[in-house]
Design a protein around this ligand. Structure first.
Ligand code: GMT
Length: 378
């Protein structure tokens, strides 16, 4: 198939998933056309059947805000006209689904049919999409998509609760590539951040308020006060990083390492003992799944799709939002002895296998075929 993929190029979960999906599909001989404002962060190698089309936004003194949606729709029209896509798959509804609708109408006026699939990722429904400044457009463009998928059962439920969506929503979970996420313990890397017998808690996110990064620090403070061998590794960057780092600098920061944005995080996860994700909202929690694939038990909130991924008492523990004390207790229960930790770790690796790329990518391929066939009949 000739597949167009629209996504955000940044380190956010939706862009990461869209890029990994495109790479996986290219390995199955599909022709992939990424359409985005810059080269997706995880598109780090050369693939002969992956093409990148940059959306160029004309800057003009009259514009207080440059009209990205218009530039994106124009770029999709251009790609479709010359590359003859079989299907367009847009990730994150805002504003990609409405640009896709606009494109569909332009192409229709030229007698060209383009099936559009929208994948809902989370905050496009639960935080941004349902803000009154976007909601009517989001609802309309979801309903106008030929196919709609959501990354968890919880997100499907949230979408139906918040919007009047008439389209059938297909749940297709997030996935992981086991060749990138597996336990590959590197003692030298561990020594870079502490002693060989230290215990590392790790958090990976884009440090947006929804991730509740300060809850990570507070839970770690409780555990570290009991056991000073427990260190904390913070990976990623975003709006809350400065504030959090300042707080740590003023206090006992010696045992916290802020690593910023990193590629190849599998090797960092593999030296860690517990992944902490206290998010206010999390439609799935791809970062938690990546940690689990590296054998790292997860302590998380019980919001959104997290309990579908992190099975309470088996792969880690889940707690109510803001229950920092509970999360600290969960960490202590997992790290209190090596045998208990190993049991959690083994179950994480086993559970993560159901989300293997080889199980999930064929679900997208089948869904593409179904929507292409259905929309040709319509
Ligand atoms: O907030 C993020 O982590 C980024 C966000 C995005 O859309 O870029 O991630 C969302 O999509 C991921 C991939 O489907 C999910 O695994 C994350 O749970 C989801 N984030 C939230 O719902 C907050």
């Amino acid at each position: 198939m000739n597949i167009g993929i629209v996504c955000y190029p940044t380190y956010g979960g939706s862009g990461v998933l869209a890029t990994e999906l495109g790479i996986a599909l290219s390995k199955k001989d599909h022709e992939i056309h990424f359409i985005s404002s810059s080269l997706p962060a995880r598109l780090d190698s050369y693939y002969s059947n992956i093409h990148f089309h940059e959306v160029r936004n004309m800057v003009y003194p009259l514009f207080e805000y440059t009209p990205y949606e218009t530039a994106l729709a124009s770029k999709i029209v251009d790609v479709m006209t010359y590359e003859k896509l079989d299907v367009l798959h847009v990730h994150y509804a805002v504003p990609h689904a409405s640009s896709a609708y606009m494109t569909k109408q332009i192409l229709k006026s030229k007698g060209i049919h383009l099936p559009v699939i929208t994948t809902l990722h989370g905050t496009d429904i639960t935080l941004v999409g349902n803000d009154p400044s976007y909601a009517p457009v989001v609802e309309f463009s979801i309903n106008m998509s030929d196919g709609v998928t959501a990354v968890s059962k919880s997100l499907k439920k949230d979408t139906l609760y918040r919007f009047n969506v008439k389209k059938e929503i297909q749940v297709i979970d997030n996935f992981i590539d086991k060749t990138k996420f597996q336990r590959t313990f590197d003692i030298d890397l561990k020594k870079r951040y502490g002693e060989p017998d230290d215990i590392f808690i790790v958090h990976v996110s884009n440090f947006r308020p929804v991730k509740r990064v300060m809850d990570v620090i507070k839970a770690w403070e409780i555990v570290n006060a009991i056991n000073p061998k427990v260190k904390l590794i913070m990976i990623g960057d975003g709006p809350e990083r400065q504030k959090t780092e300042d707080y740590c600098r003023e206090g006992n920061c010696g045992s916290i390492h802020f690593l910023g944005k990193r590629d190849g995080i599998g090797k960092f996860l593999s030296i860690c003992d517990v992944f902490l994700l206290p998010s206010e909202k999390e439609s799935f929690g791809l970062a938690a799944l990546e940690a689990m694939a590296c054998g790292v038990p997860v302590v998380s909130s019980n919001r959104g799709g997290l309990p579908e991924v992190n099975i309470n008492g088996e792969t880690g523990y889940t707690y109510d939002l803001g229950d920092i004390k509970g999360m600290a207790e969960g960490i202590q229960a997992i790290i209190k002895d090596k045998e208990i930790w190993s049991e959690f770790s083994d179950r994480c690796i086993k559970h993560s296998m159901q989300y293997d790329i080889n199980n999930i990518v064929p679900q997208y391929e089948r869904y593409y075929k179904k929507i292409i066939n259905q929309s040709n009949v319509d």
